[in-house]
Design a protein around this ligand. Structure first.
Ligand code: COA
Length: 377
């Protein structure tokens, strides 16, 4: 019998089809429901992009107003969720773990059925993250403001004061940029869970767990730490070289699919540049640009042929830092955007209705015989 071809890490495997997003790793192109990312990221509101994913078209004015109102009406958290967050904050649990625990409670409050669960999850993720962040720092959660859009309200709930228009646009562009990305690890996790005919809250809770890992959504914090540690452009080469000599990975670089610069890095770098310009201090932005340039050159030298380029996380870090977010909030904020994509994939998977169950190549022993415990040496 010919040996099966094993795709370790499922690399190169087309595991299903989707109308939600297309990633072209060689062209460096990301399509979100038919639109090149660059068309929508800096123009659409997060509500519009979410509606687009769920309905495969942009809303008209009345539909958008209705959708905004529906999302805003579901922002408040069930009491049990807030009680959980208080208890978890007392233990100083990291925010992604708190989000995972809280996500599992979001079916509370008479939320039933896929559509309602999807809306509640998208509406409540920012409230969970902001409330937890404040509790963790000894402050009380801020009640959501229904007059503010989804993105602006997130910053409001974090800081207790309304963001400037530039800050609101910055976070909105970020959330749109990370909203969906085909069958990435967390999205695939959500689809696998949905495909068992389980519920959306279970699927999204699993997805949060997958996103938490540093090889997926956990990279922007370390990427920014690296820029800070480098501190000035002329130290970049020695620092990065030492890291690569030790066999360490440079966070914010490399991607399973993109073999050219991640198009999301371009969108976020432009958004970050705008924001730092508005703030009048370009020093960190310029340092990051030179670290990026050096890192890409050194990766080509140390890993020739691997085509390791800048990924989304590098400029995520810069943009979110510019918005005043601490590094521990980077991955939870990624989840605030990606939850809309996750739910869209769950709905699509539900319609497809086929269990996801790959085969595996067994390489364990064979023909072993039972030994009683008294005879095991
Ligand atoms: N820094 C240094 N080396 C890297 C690297 C990085 N960021 N990314 C990959 N490599 C190296 C690997 O060590 C490996 O080298 P080897 O063949 O000599 O062993 C080679 O490049 C291929 O890596 P591999 O792990 O097979 O690639 P992958 O497709 O599985 O990895 C990532 C994709 C994203 C997991 C990987 O690039 C990575 O760890 N990047 C850093 C974390 C990050 O930024 N994650 C966010 C992704 S959006």
């Amino acid at each position: 019998m010919p040996s099966p071809i094993i795709a370790h890490g499922l690399e190169g495997v087309i595991a299903g089809s989707t109308r939600l997003s297309r990633v072209d790793g060689l062209a460096g192109e990301l399509i979100i429901a038919g639109y090149p990312l660059e068309e929508i990221a800096a123009n659409a509101s997060f509500e519009e992009t979410t509606f687009l994913l769920w309905n495969d078209r942009l809303p008209d004015a009345a539909e958008l107003a209705d959708f905004q109102q529906r999302l805003a009406s579901l922002r408040a958290l069930p009491e049990a969720t807030v009680a959980l967050l208080r208890a978890v904050a007392a233990e100083k649990t990291p925010p992604m773990d708190a989000l995972r625990m809280a996500a599992a409670t979001l079916s509370l409050g008479s939320v039933e059925g896929d559509a309602n669960e999807a809306t509640a999850l998208v509406a409540r993720f920012p409230t969970v993250v902001a409330a937890y962040w404040r509790l963790l720092h000894g402050a009380e959660p801020v009640t959501p403001d229904p007059a503010l859009g989804h993105a602006a309200n997130y910053l409001y709930m974090l800081n207790g004061e309304g963001p400037t228009a530039a800050q609101a646009r910055g976070v909105e562009t970020y959330l749109n940029t990370v909203i969906d990305h085909s069958f990435n690890a967390s999205t695939f996790t959500a689809r696998v869970i949905t495909a068992t005919a389980s519920d959306l809250v279970s699927a999204i809770t699993g997805a949060v767990g997958a996103l938490k890992g540093p090889l997926h959504g956990g990279a922007p914090g370390p990427a920014l730490d690296m820029v800070f540690e480098i501190g000035q452009a002329d130290r970049a080469e020695a620092y990065l070289r030492a890291k690569l000599e030790r066999g360490e990975r440079l966070m914010g670089f490399g991607h399973r699919v993109y073999k050219v610069r991640d198009p999301r890095a371009d969108v976020l770098s432009a958004a970050a540049e705008k924001m730092y310009l508005a703030g009048g201090d370009m020093q960190l932005y310029e340092l990051a640009r030179s670290v990026e340039e050096k890192a890409v050159a050194l990766l080509a030298e140390y890993k020739p042929g691997r085509k390791l380029q800048t990924n989304v996380e590098f400029y995520t870090a810069l943009l979110l830092h510019g918005l005043g977010l601490k590094t521990a909030l980077f991955t939870p904020t990624f989840a605030v955007g990606r939850v809309a994509g996750w739910t869209a994939h769950c709905l699509e998977q539900r319609a497809e209705g086929r269990l996801i169950r790959p085969g595996s190549d067994y390489h364990g022993g064979l023909g072993r015989q039972w030994t009683a415990i008294s005879e095991r040496g």
